[in-house]
Structures are given as structure tokens and as C-alpha cells.
Design a protein around this ligand. Sequence first.
Ligand SMILES: NC(=O)c1ccc[n+]([C@@H]2O[C@H](COP(=O)([O-])OP(=O)(O)OC[C@H]3O[C@@H](n4cnc5c(N)ncnc54)[C@H](OP(=O)(O)O)[C@@H]3O)[C@@H](O)[C@H]2O)c1
Length: 317
Amino acid sequence: MATDSRLITVVGATGAQGGGLVRAILDDPDGGFRVRAITRDPSSDKARALAALGADVVQADLDDARSLKKAFDGAWGAYCVTNFWEHFSPEKEITQAQHLAEAAFHADVEHVIWSTLEDTRLAVPLDDDRMPTLMGKYKVPHFDAKGEANSEFTERDVPTTFLLTSFYWDNLIHFGMAPQRGEDGRLALVLPMADKALPGIAVADIGKCAYGVFKSGPETIGKTMGIAGEHLTGDEMADALGDALGEPVAYVAMDPANYRALGFPGAEDLGNMFQYKVECNDAFRGARDVAAARRLNPELLSFRDWLAGHAGELKGA
Ligand SMILES: NC(=O)c1ccc[n+]([C@@H]2O[C@H](COP(=O)([O-])OP(=O)(O)OC[C@H]3O[C@@H](n4cnc5c(N)ncnc54)[C@H](OP(=O)(O)O)[C@@H]3O)[C@@H](O)[C@H]2O)c1
């Protein structure tokens, strides 16, 4: 490995987004980059697996600004992601983003990618009663916090690409969203997307696209890049799922209010999120360009490509 290669610090390295980026960097030993993988626990199985692949694994915590500053020291680039679902607190997510932006500023990082999402309140103000206001000042807390936190990077003039990600198809396996068998014995994909298309992506492709952003140079700095593998309606997803599973899958368009009432942690947030994706569908889809994602990552998977590699896991999900 060349010692003059550019160092990229990857937050969330043991997770879905960051893990994809770490692997993309390590899979391209002549690419001119090396990677520092951040985790709270370097002794975990996932962290050890990254070390075994050749990553420099370093301990840091998003809640500990000093540890992040050390982890960003000497880095040319940084991938910044927060995990809302670990704590369900928008305020905490914004503070973690602030720590990330401060660390990038202090280390003079030349290119940061901030994994963000829309502040939905810009399109659906709090007094808009199409969907309930949550936690007093959010419509979609896990989106709004990330969008609000964009300013942590811009206010410090951190050279940042704002990366808008899409619904992970992997949620069908890991987030309990796989087709379920109804009382009639038939499989149904239940999603509150009405008849609108949902931008989705294979999660490993997020990291590969992020690697493409770093490789493409400074042209995206200061810009927002949205990525998706495909935009599909519920019917189109159900058809593809049916072909992969070898039996018909029906699409059931759940009402977002019923989704909000499901009662699991985050159900209201996700119900509002799906309603936002339906009601602001043109803007939401327009912000996620499949062709641009493919230019960043020529291996970008379609939904059917992704299903071909995951049908077995879906059958057990
Ligand atoms: N699911 C979707 O469809 C979807 C779509 C778009 C965006 N998102 C967003 O993706 C984010 C999660 O990213 P992901 O899916 O890549 O995460 P993930 O697979 O759940 O993994 C979470 C990662 O965050 C790290 N982490 C969490 N808290 C940390 C802390 N305090 N300090 C340092 N590292 C910490 C974990 O590292 P260690 O445990 O090793 O410390 C781990 O690497 C969420 O905020 C979500 O809103 C999700």
C-alpha cells in the first residue's frame, strides 16, 4: 500500500453504510486511498473482521467529541453517518453531527461526505395537519434531524458532499419488512406507498457510491447528491419479489395512519416518512438520480439483481 495514499476516516464502519465504504476502499488497493474504520468497540466481531480485511480500526464515540477529533487527525476524507435508530433522539443526532463537523474542521479534512436526509418540515410545515407533529417539533424526526444538521457542516465551511441515501432493500430482511403470509395463505408486501414509486438501493451500493464520490474529486463539494438503485412502485416490488420467491406476492398499500398506529418504536416516524415520500413524491424521487448513482458506482444493483442474491434470506425473514 502506498504511504502517500489518502486516508479516509469512516464512521459507522461496522454498520451498513460505512461497512460498504470500507470494503469498497479495501477492494481497490491501487485506488490511492487507505481507510481508518471507526467503532466504539474494536474488539467486536464486526470490527475484528474489518481489521482482518486490512482496515486500521480505531476507537471513537460520536458522543465524545475528543475521541472523534483524534480519529479524524491526519485524514484527507471522512464519511460521516449517525444512527438515529439506536437512541431515537433527534437532538442527540444533531449533537453527534456537530461533533463530526467540528472534528472535520479541526483536522482540516479536504472532503467530507455527510449522510443526510431531507428536513421534511421545509415541505410539510409543523402547522400542516396532513400528518401529526412528533416530539413537539418534527414531522419525520430521523429525516428532519439530519437535514437540520447540514448547517453544522456549512456553518464551519467544512468541504462537504451532502449524500441523500434511499430506502435500503435490505430492510426487507433486517427490518421486518419482508412479505408476510396473510390469513388467506398468500404473501403480501405491506408498504404505505399508495401507488407511488419508492427509491430504493442495495445498502452495499451506498458505500460504493460514496467511494465514487471521493474518487470523483471536489466537484460535488457543497452539493447534494441523491442516490438510488431503482424507483419502484409497490406493485413492481411485489412482482419482482414474487418472481424471486417463486410464488405470487400481492402489494397492500397500507394507510399511513394505520402504519403510525402499529405501535413499534419509531412507527409514527416511519408512518410520516412514507406519507412524505408519497405526498412529495416528485421532489423526493427527483432528488435521487439512478443514472448519477451508476456513474459513481458502475456495479449499482437493480432490485431484481439484489433479489437474486438474497432470495434465500428473504424466505427466512
Ligand atoms: N434503513 C434505511 O432504509 C435507511 C435509509 C436511509 C438512511 N438511513 C439511516 O442510516 C443510519 C444508520 O446507518 P447504518 O444503517 O449504516 O447503521 P447500522 O448498520 O445500524 O450501524 C450503525 C453504525 O453506527 C455506529 N455507531 C452508532 N452509534 C455510534 C456512536 N455513538 N459512536 C460511534 N459509532 C456509532 C456503529 O458502530 P459500533 O457499534 O461499532 O460502535 C455502527 O457502525 C440511520 O440514522 C438511518 O436513519 C437508513
